[in-house]
Design a protein around this ligand. Structure first.
Ligand code: AMP
Ligand code: MG
Length: 424
């Protein structure tokens, strides 16, 4: 059983947690899931490497030419003017030249071809000229130029990719370049998901007065799927103690993490919070941010035993769900997935072209649209920034991050933006 000691944390005030502190608390508490599986390279795309991939070979396996040209001995070349060498054959990629380059000789060489014995320099074909059986090369060549050394990319016996790396196309290529067919990756993180609220309707049922369609399960499903998690969609759960308790118990027994939306705000009936606390150890936070102030984090472990899952109780408003997912649940899930280090959101400064009103003492995540003007990256807010206005997320390609201590922004000032492209 995992015990969480929220009360022992430094600078911990659940009623007022800065964004960075809340994120750090989660990251510090979460372990990576245990359990590996062996997968063929292509199946491993998007997964996290469980063990270092040790290179069984040098890559490249032999010294070879980086250019099309002539393999020569640098010591043969005159310091000034041209040198005339005799052309004794050709080295192709995958078809080596059988002999060696002797004094006064040159071998025509293709990119990737093994460097013939005796040669220590490749002169590019563009500066050379052929005259009958001879090749004329100019002065100014250096020993070792245009040669790719054996092992310069990866060394035999050394880690080619460390455990904890996300396997992207480049990593798949590296693994293939070693002649390795299978790798050990961490198992997928299983995330159970449900929406809470008596007002929620699922698609396919008509809206009753006062009802809204449940959109959070779809945005969350999308974000989790993009992350490579296995998603268990448990549907809408009404604000009733018995249904909620059953849902939490089922989720905790089959998943590593539970993500709920709704039910953690001040206006909600307290029984949801009491229930979460009864079934595990959960902290209710008011995070100094907008949107997305209320949030629950902890563990649901109904029987106190091994069966348990991390809980991310996100607010109900559709934009707040996405913001809190990206700012908290995403890094936390990356940690559970075994990513080491957990990557930061890609962020950079851009010039804000509109005024933005903001008070100090909380971090704001406005939705923004990036564009280029006179070679400079600029950003403008998407318009109405209400936490229920999901179209502001759809229009956005970045978050404009207005830091905790920052006041209002005047048009023309630089602001930090977090790039969502590729994530959303
Ligand atoms: P709550 O955090 O439960 O108080 O919900 C805050 C607001 O978000 C309310 O207007 C809810 O109707 C809305 N909301 C909660 N859950 C969802 C959902 N799954 N899909 C769409 N809107 C939701
Ligand atoms: Mg609700």
């Amino acid at each position: 059983m995992t015990t969480l000691n929220f009360s022992c944390l430094d600078d911990y005030d659940p009623q007022w947690l800065p964004v960075d502190r809340a994120r750090q608390i989660m990251l510090d508490m979460l372990p990576a899931v245990t359990g590996h599986e062996c997968l063929f390279i292509r199946q491993a795309l998007g997964r996290v490497l469980a063990e270092d991939v040790i290179s069984p070979v040098d890559v490249p396996a032999h010294d070879n030419s980086g250019m099309d040209g002539w393999a020569v001995r640098s010591g043969d070349l005159a310091a000034e003017g041209e040198t005339r060498l005799s052309n004794i054959g050709t080295a192709f990629a995958g078809r080596a030249f059988a002999g060696a380059v002797g004094r006064g000789e040159a071998v025509r060489i293709m990119t990737g071809a093994m460097l013939p014995a005796g040669a220590d320099c490749v002169v590019i074909q563009e500066v050379s000229r052929v005259e009958g059986d001879a090749v004329i090369v100019p002065a100014g060549q250096r020993a070792q130029q245009n040669i790719r050394r054996a092992g310069e990319d990866l060394r035999a016996g050394k880690p080619a990719i460390p455990a904890g790396k996300l396997l992207r196309p480049a990593e798949l290529g590296i693994i293939a370049s070693l002649g390795v067919a299978e790798v050990s990756v961490r198992r997928r993180v299983r995330v159970a998901l449900f929406s809470t609220g008596d007002e929620l309707c699922s698609i396919g049922t008509p809206l009753f007065p006062g009802a809204v369609y449940d959109s959070n399960r779809y945005t969350l499903w999308g974000m989790l799927t993009r992350l490579g998690c296995e998603v268990i969609d448990m549907g809408v759960v009404k604000d009733q103690p018995a249904s909620l308790e059953a849902a939490f118990r089922e989720a905790a027994s089959g998943a590593d993490a539970i993500i709920t939306s709704g039910g953690v705000s001040v206006g909600e009936a307290d029984f949801i919070k009491q229930l979460m606390q009864k079934l595990g150890e959960v902290a209710f936070w008011k995070i100094a941010m907008k949107p997305g102030r209320p949030m629950a984090f902890g563990r649901i472990q109904p029987d106190g035993g091994e069966n348990g899952a991390w809980l991310f109780g996100l607010p109900g408003n559709p934009v707040a769900v996405m913001v809190t997912f990206y700012q908290f649940a995403r890094p936390a899930l990356l940690k559970l997935m075994g990513l080491d280090p957990v990557p930061e959101f890609p962020a950079f400064p851009a010039r804000c072209v509109e005024d933005i009103k903001k008070g100090k003492g909380r971090t704001e995540f406005q939705r923004g649209i990036l564009f280029q003007e006179n070679g400079e990256w600029c950003v403008r807010p998407t318009g109405h920034q209400g936490s229920g206005v999901l179209s502001s997320m759809a229009a956005a390609d970045c978050f404009i991050v207005l830091e905790h201590e920052r006041g209002s922004v005047a048009a023309g000032e630089a602001v930090q933006v977090q790039l969502m492209t590729g994530l959303v």
